[in-house]
Design a protein around this ligand. Structure first.
Ligand SMILES: Nc1ncnc2c1ncn2[C@@H]1O[C@H](COP(=O)(O)OP(=O)(O)O)[C@@H](O)[C@H]1O
Length: 422
């Protein structure tokens, strides 16, 4: 979608939005960027875009009804009522759609644990000298941040690398220039020739290739484990998902419930940096050797700590936003890390995260996301050089921005999602 289309659509939306005439009051001009319930809104679009839209809006026929005396008071009242009802609806949505019943979570965790145990036994038996630390389960299912359905978990597989044989190079110091991604280079080949390290078999052009590491596991996990047999013992239907950008097992643990377990090789570098074998989404070929830095543990811990300090609603706000993105196809591309970091950045400026402020903070989150999308940049709160939007195409950025911008005039629309059929 071009910006032109975007703004024609925005313009249509603005004039048809029930709240839009309200800002016409004294000047007779509409402020398209300030739906009535938003209070003083930051300027959300860049200057050129704004003047285009403002010009179009100025030439609109105006409605005299908006100038009736006292309308400001009525609007203030309406604003208060709308806020109240959004607050109520958010909590209702949280209870009915976002939160996963404890029993469902427990069953999903049980299934993931069973699979993890099987894989441990298999790998120890089949490849006793593969240098791995103990595998463990991770992700939102384990820190109460999963939403809507308990349907996925990550199985972390930490590789052991010899310190003197491998070193990590930050993405910004490489020709690819992508902060947040790293290369892992083989060192000292002249003294410790190829095969000195077990992981040399996954070396491509002098670097440890996450793709090649995944392929090693893929052959094992998808190729040589008898999942139907294991599944029948455990009473699940288990099958590797193909094709899949990472290695994923689908586990049907109830007739109507499926769990996807991502097999995620991980490197923990000397300074504690965690790198995961999850490919860069765009131009994967050019970036084939890049390992992705994972901030998940640190960013989740920070969010929780902030909530604990002030009894705040940041995690609730995150879960509501995650559910909205999971349930609305137009927002699928936004992930938890982007949402978490937007909330962390907001927390630096905004102090009131009381439960009563959920609706205000939720709206502020939407607005902040629109702002970051317009800038095409969302800095990671824990590493500002990293742009968390760097794996979105321009078109995706436009579409997300447009969807969220429209949602600002009808935030409750985001909560009216169909109940998915199993
Ligand atoms: N340490 C980690 N543990 C689990 N997942 C991680 C980790 N680091 C990065 N990830 C990535 O984060 C994503 C899972 O995020 P998660 O917080 O579980 O949220 P969601 O519920 O939205 O999936 C996965 O795509 C996974 O590849």
């Amino acid at each position: 979608m071009t910006y032109f289309v975007l703004f024609v659509q925005m313009y249509d939306r603005t004039i048809s939005a029930p709240t839009s005439p309200t800002k016409m009051q004294q000047t007779g001009k509409r402020s398209w960027e300030e739906p009535v319930w938003m209070g003083s809104s930051p300027r959300v679009l860049n200057h050129d875009m704004k003047s285009t839209v403002s010009r179009s809006l100025q030439s609109l026929p105006t409605s005299s009804r908006s100038f009736e005396p006292g309308v400001g008071d009525i609007l203030l009242l309406m604003r208060a009522r709308m806020r109240l009802s959004l607050q109520e609806r958010l909590w209702e949505f949280y209870q009915t759609r976002v939160n996963i019943p404890a029993e469902e979570q427990a069953m999903a965790r049980r299934a993931a644990l069973d699979i993890c145990a099987e894989l441990r036994v298999f790998l120890h038996a089949k490849l006793p000298d593969m240098p791995l630390r103990e595998m463990y389960l991770s992700g939102s299912l384990y820190d109460d941040l999963q939403v809507v359905t308990a349907d996925h978990a990550q199985l972390m597989v930490p590789l052991i690398l010899e310190k003197n044989l491998w070193s990590s190079i930050p993405g910004e110091d490489t020709i690819m220039n992508v902060p947040g991604f790293w290369l892992v280079r083989r060192e000292n080949l002249e003294y410790f020739p190829r095969s000195s390290s077990y992981w040399d078999r996954c070396m491509v052009g002098g670097y440890l290739s996450p793709k090649s590491v995944l392929e090693v596991f893929e052959k094992l996990v998808a190729g040589s484990i008898n999942w139907p047999a294991i599944g029948s013992v455990l009473d699940y239907v288990i099958r590797p998902v193909v094709p899949s950008e990472t290695l994923t097992l689908e586990v049907q643990y109830e007739t109507d419930r499926k769990l996807y377990v991502d097999f995620l090789p991980l490197l923990v570098m000397e300074d504690g940096t965690s790198l995961i074998a999850k490919p860069h989404r765009l131009s994967a070929e050019r970036n084939e050797n890049l390992w992705r830095q994972s901030f998940r543990v640190a960013e989740t811990a920070r969010l929780r700590a902030l909530d604990q300090e002030d009894g705040g609603c940041r995690c609730t706000c995150l879960k509501v936003a995650k559910a909205v993105c999971k349930l609305s196809p137009a927002l699928h591309r936004l992930n938890s890390s982007q949402l978490t970091n937007t909330i962390l950045l907001l927390s630096e400026k905004e102090g009131d995260w009381t439960q009563e402020a959920l609706a205000d903070r939720f709206l502020q989150l939407l607005r902040a996301l629109v702002g970051h999308l317009e800038a095409g940049r969302l800095p990671c709160a824990l590493g500002p050089k990293v742009n968390l939007f760097c794996e979105l195409t321009e078109q995706e950025v436009d579409e997300l921005g447009y969807t969220l911008y429209c949602a600002l005039s009808d935030p409750e629309g985001l909560l009216r999602t169909e109940v998915e059929q199993p």
